[in-house]
Design a protein around this ligand. Sequence first.
Ligand code: SF4
Length: 355
Amino acid sequence: MTKIKHNDLSCKKNTVAHVYYVPASVQYTTDRELFVLETILGHRTYPFLSRFKIHGVVGVKSCENFPAETLRYTGAFARLLNKNEQFAFLCNTSNQHLDYKSHGIVCAYRALDACAISGEYIPFMTLDGIYGEHEISRKNHRDLEADVYLAGELPNLDGVVSVCCFAPSMEMSVCGSIINLGQGLASKKGKIHQRTTSCPQVNVKKCYACRRCVRECPSHAIAIVDGHVAIDSRKCIKCGKCVEIAYYGGITYDWNATPEHYYESVARHAKGVLSVLAHKVVCVNIIMSGNGNGSSFSGAMVSLDPVAVDCATLDFCENHQLLPLESVQCGRGQVNAAHSAGVGNIKYKIQTVAY
Ligand code: SF4
């Protein structure tokens, strides 16, 4: 069995990061959960997880690009940590981008789904409040060039396990570890800032001037002018509250961020997360092959370095033609931006965990 040394786990800048590849076990290919528990989570990779304090409070965060499978794995991770006398729970944050909105209650339903799969109770916590109102701003933090807005509970955690799936059913985008940290652990406002560079727009055909947004805007940026809602872009902080309130589409965002803006902003938020949880984030990328529900494991990449683990996963997927080329290219755009922002190492050394 391959031994993993604790000092292998560091991810200092401009060094070579260590990534562990856990290949799928032949005898477990028909039982995915057993594979995860026995092979990825068992004693072979426990050194990663044992870096967290005993009895630590550990959030297990899944990406949402492949919900059924990722929920299954995040649930498995939480259960294993709990068996090892830590307090692990599923966690998520509020979201608002494009046509997609979710808040703590929606996330809690998804967590209940994960329990339904396993048949076991797994605690769940929303990290930025039910409606995304609980955040920390890393404004002018010494390591960060610009503002980031992160989920408010992050400083209270002893660690995070990030679980992502790379599956052929993903058509255009890859939600790797960098995105799962940078976007997934940003507050709702952080996510909005990643997806747009402008403040919300009023659609006069759908706005009934009910004035609720005027009352609830935290920065008093909204007024009624000539009978219509008007937003003062100099005061707007892009918190998304008015968009949430305008149920019928009276106020909407123009999701105009370019891929470069998005990658750079996600990278900045990922760096913010790592500055809050230094050396307390384990990234696990689960690689699938085949299609949709018929997917099967190809293995998993594990590292403390989100850039290296995404890079290694993309290289693996490209070499084995497991993802569409567009997905790999999107992933590379994110990896390069995160590397430039100093989130982690693009150079990695891969070590196969034998069994
Ligand atoms: S996004 Fe927030 S700050 Fe801007 S107008 Fe709407 S409620 Fe006010």
